[in-house]
Design a protein around this ligand. Structure first.
Ligand code: AMP
Length: 371
């Protein structure tokens, strides 16, 4: 069976893993994004660790965090060189943990073709990287998404304009009508116009373990698919929209020639009303179940994912995006969260990934959680 949209198929993966010494697996991660959490979690589960970095400066600051400092480093001229080091990684029994920066630095196609075992299902990232595909997937899973406005002339009420390649909300802007849109838009870039949903943003960090048959079982068409856990939740700090209110009304801001921007600068821990949890699980369950039908032979979701939501004053969720991997919003929870602590103290998403790998090693089942 060939995994979705990837060169690396299960037969190849099994061949690589057949040559691995399962007693001395090393967890490898690009030194950025959520690497402190991943390295710390890997260490807590007894793994050797490898940091991958470009530039001594990047490496140096890890010495300030000895609890997460990698056992070894691979220093590169540029991140694309990871491709050339595939054999080097495999000779050292490395499993790479993907995060947003890895995919951004390598490019999603290069990442899909990286000839090293990686945690999770790489095929899913093809769906994550296209807004249209994401919508198809999430709606299929039962999520209600903000409406899309195809023709800018139809803008009537607040919308958010998003650029395709934007990193962390860079360049996004809010428009109230066509004039607003025209004044701000960069037509050189590919963009989407979405209804601006008024409400509170919650980024829900779930973990789906297809090898676990207890806990909250996701129901698929042919029976249970695996266990769904809610590990934590954050809200992003976005510059400068989150501080805009200090300068007065929107009209005042306009007069000062200021427009809100949505560049992520940090993350804050949060919990939601407990009565919203059943709905949150329903959305996540639907999303996981739908991931198995994305393409023929899809291996579905494996590991961490984040539903990016807005809860309106009608207490309804709108899901505006999904990240099918660990998100940096889980970084406030290296020591656990109000949700994960209920089941086991000090269980970060990074550590949960390492735990999943550890259990798969113990049950000789590594290929079911890697790609
Ligand atoms: P995204 O790149 O889709 O994760 O969006 C970046 C940021 O833009 C979010 O964190 C929100 O603050 C804001 N945002 C995105 N979509 C919407 C929406 N439909 N309505 C209101 N705010 C949004």
């Amino acid at each position: 069976m060939k995994a979705v949209g990837m060169v690396v198929d299960l037969i190849t993966l099994k061949k690589w893993l057949g040559n691995y010494d399962h007693e001395s697996i090393t967890i490898g991660v690009v030194a950025s994004h959520s690497s402190l959490q991943i390295l710390h979690g890997a260490r807590m589960e007894g793994f050797k660790t490898l940091g991958i970095a470009v530039g001594e400066n990047r490496k140096r600051y890890y010495s300030a965090f000895p609890g997460a400092e990698p056992d070894d480093w691979l220093m590169l001229e540029n991140y694309q060189d990871m491709i050339k080091h595939a054999e080097w990684f495999r000779e050292r029994n490395v499993i790479i943990i993907p995060h947003g920066s890895l995919v951004e630095y390598l490019g999603s196609q290069n990442y899909a073709n990286l000839e090293v075992p990686t945690f999770g299902n790489r095929g899913i990232l093809n769906w994550e990287s296209s807004r249209a595909k994401q919508r198809e997937w999430l709606e299929d899973g039962g999520c209600v998404m903000p409406k899309v406005i195809d023709d800018p002339h139809d803008i009537d009420g607040p919308v958010i304009v998003k650029y395709a390649g934007a990193k962390g909300g860079e360049g996004y802007f809010v428009a109230r009508d066509y004039r607003d849109f025209k004044r701000n838009v960069n037509l050189e870039e590919e963009f989407t116009i979405q209804e601006y949903v008024l409400g509170c943003r919650y980024y829900l960090h779930f973990f789906f373990d297809p090898t676990k048959n207890d806990g909250f079982q996701v129901q698929g068409r042919d029976g249970p698919l695996g266990s769904l856990e809610l590990l934590s939740m954050d809200r992003r700090d976005e510059s400068n929209v989150d501080e805009f209110y200090k300068l007065g009304s929107l009209r005042d801001l306009r007069e000062m020639n200021l427009e809100p921007s949505f560049v992520v600068t940090g993350n804050m821990p949060i919990v939601i009303r407990e009565s919203l949890l059943p709905k949150a699980f329903e959305l996540a369950e639907g999303t996981v179940a739908a991931s198995y039908g994305l393409e023929e032979g899809s291996r579905g979701m494996i590991g961490p994912f984040c539903l990016e939501t807005i809860v309106t004053d009608k207490l309804e969720f709108r899901v505006f995006e999904i990240s099918a991997r660990i998100v940096a919003g889980s970084n406030p929870f290296i020591g656990g969260s109000p949700y994960s602590d209920i089941n086991e103290p000090f269980m970060s998403t990074g550590r949960r990934i390492a735990r999943c790998i550890r259990q798969a090693i113990d049950s000789d089942n590594l290929d079911s959680i890697l790609s």
